[in-house]
Design a protein around this ligand. Structure first.
Ligand code: FAD
Length: 498
């Protein structure tokens, strides 16, 4: 049995320091040592700025104070993503964190909305989302904890400076006993069972360990270069492979949502932080070159640029196993799904939580490794399909890229999900994980796919009564949303209060 005592984390980007922070709080107290090696010469990607609500639970698990975290990372609140021009030019919708309406007679809200619209209700489904209404009106307040309150049905995440978050977690981890080594790893040595045994640094120093966490970024120093774990390439479904990022001055209006605007051959992000706006274009290099990408991103800026261009290339897909032998890959070394729905930091967090669940306290067990890999796979595959759907379900005819996306072959698993939705507004029930029913409803309805039938459970519901009920619900949501403070006022007060 391979016993574990010393854990070595390779890499100090967002993945490395999130892992170190979590292990320092949840695993080190059981008598384990954690060392993190990072190279000051090899930089980090560090453009991840939009997050999902799950990050709040990660910080809570580690006992991190929300205000201190937001002050340290230039964070603002995020209620969802505004997706512009995805269905067609000049049409937009918000994918919120939270529900639409309430279930009626045991059927999810979309069924009631479909029945009511077929009977003459003239209301967008977003009129029934508190998250969308609060975001659209540029408001913010922490959701109510009382489940009977209409203001309990949304959630929130953050926009943050990922470099500052990694720095914040560096201090946190070191305070909690993690040893940091600055240096570049030159050689990875395996023992005769094929497990990683030691790392040799450029300085000549050797670092041994029992369990290695590969957070070395796209290169995958251990999982790829040393253990040769195969990569499942998904570029034929998600062909964007390049990005150009640039920061611009903060704008007067501090929006409580990210914006993803579909462009000629990809999409542009806009992420408002306390001190600046993060911008960038994700694009497909088969349709656009670097110069065109720079021109397109500049044309889409809403404030003066304050940085130079940062070009990045990536390949969408994932390692066939993200835990192999005594190496667990977390972050970009494990795979990459493009940043449209801000899923990378979430995937880092998810792998960390699973590693902690299956932590080899009494030695490595293959059943734990297999279960970890199965769960990570599930999460990646679900997110992959969700992302492909944004590209595929579009009605644009203004550029070859969007026409090709409409006509591309999609995975069978997505084909099934789209048919389920189209016929009876069904979304497969996952129980937990990312992108549950309200997310599919937000994006599919937002991009123009209306289901043909509603649930037979609503057959006997009187149409006039239903319309009246929905009109009331809409009004309640609108009034409640408008009653909240402006996002920028709320944030300023929250950060200033003792
Ligand atoms: P990296 O940041 O690449 O860190 C790698 C680390 O490994 C570095 O510390 C480096 O020094 C070290 N290293 C490598 N080789 C060696 C060696 N030989 N010796 C010693 N050290 C070594 N995610 C989100 O959640 N939200 C977003 O909005 C978002 N936007 C993104 C936009 C783009 C265009 C891209 C490309 C990514 C985006 N991401 C986003 C993803 C996010 O940036 C990454 O998931 C995150 O930065 C994690 O990176 P990492 O820590 O795995 O790798």
């Amino acid at each position: 049995m391979h016993l574990v005592k010393n854990i070595v984390i390779v890499g100090g980007g967002t993945a490395g320091w999130m892992t170190a922070a979590a292990l320092s709080k949840l695993v080190m107290p059981h008598g384990f040592q954690v060392t993190l090696i990072e190279s000051d010469k090899i930089g980090t990607v560090g453009v991840g700025e939009a997050t999902l609500p799950h990050l709040r639970y990660f910080n809570q698990l580690l006992g991190i104070d929300e205000k201190e975290f937001m002050q340290a990372t230039s964070a603002t609140f995020k209620l969802g993503i505004k997706l512009k021009n995805w269905k067609n030019l000049n049409q937009d919708y918000i994918h919120p964190f939270g529900d639409f309406g309430q279930s009626i007679q045991g059927a999810n809200f979309i069924h009631a909305w479909l029945k009511a619209t077929q009977a003459g209700l003239n209301s967008d489904i977003s009129d029934f989302s508190v998250g969308v209404q609060v975001a659209q009106n540029n408001k913010f307040k922490f959701p109510e904890s009382n489940p009977n309150s209409v203001l309990s049905s949304y959630s929130y995440a953050y926009h943050l400076d990922a470099g500052l978050y990694a720095k914040f977690l560096t201090d946190f981890s070191i305070e909690n006993g993690v040893k940091r080594i600055a240096g570049e790893i030159e050689k990875v040595e395996l023992n005769n069972q094929g497990d990683v045994f030691q790392l040799i640094l450029q300085s000549g120093e050797s670092i041994t360990g029992d369990l290695f966490i590969d957070c070395s970024g796209f290169r995958g120093l251990l999982i790829n270069q040393a253990l040769n774990v195969e990569f499942d390439n998904w570029q034929h479904w998600l062909p964007c492979d390049s990005a150009v990022a640039i920061a611009s001055e903060k704008t007067d209006e501090l929006l409580p949502y990210s914006t993803a605007t579909a462009k000629t051959a990809g999409w542009q992000w806009k992420i408002p932080l306390q001190t600046r706006v993060g911008n960038g274009l994700v694009y497909c290099s088969q349709y656009m070159n670097k110069g065109q990408a720079e021109d397109e991103v500049l044309a889409g800026l809403e404030s003066k640029p304050i940085s130079t261009f940062n070009h990045l290339n990536f390949k969408t897909g994932k390692r066939k196993q993200t835990w192999h032998k005594n190496v667990v890959a977390i972050g970009l070394s494990s795979g990459f799904l493009e940043p449209l729905e801000s899923t990378s930091i979430y995937l880092i967090q998810d792998s960390i939580e699973k590693l902690i669940e299956f932590f080899p306290h009494n030695g490595l067990l293959q059943v734990h490794i297999d279960e970890f890999n199965r769960l990570v796979d599930n999460e990646y595959l679900r997110i992959r399909d969700f992302l492909i759907m944004h590209y595929h379900v579009n009605q644009r005819s203004d550029s070859q890229f969007w026409l090709d996306m409409q006509n591309m072959a999609i995975p069978e698993s997505l084909e099934e999900k789209l048919t389920l939705f189209k016929k009876y507004a069904h979304v497969p029930y996952y129980g937990q994980g990312l992108f549950l029913e309200p997310s599919w409803v937000a994006v599919l309805v937002g991009q123009g796919m209306l289901p043909e039938n509603y649930s037979p459970k609503l057959t006997n519901l009187n149409q006039a009564d239903l319309i009246q009920m929905l009109e009331k619900m809409k009004d309640l949501i609108k009034q409640a949303s408008l009653s909240l403070p402006e996002h920028s006022d709320f944030l300023t007060n929250f950060l200033a209060n003792e």
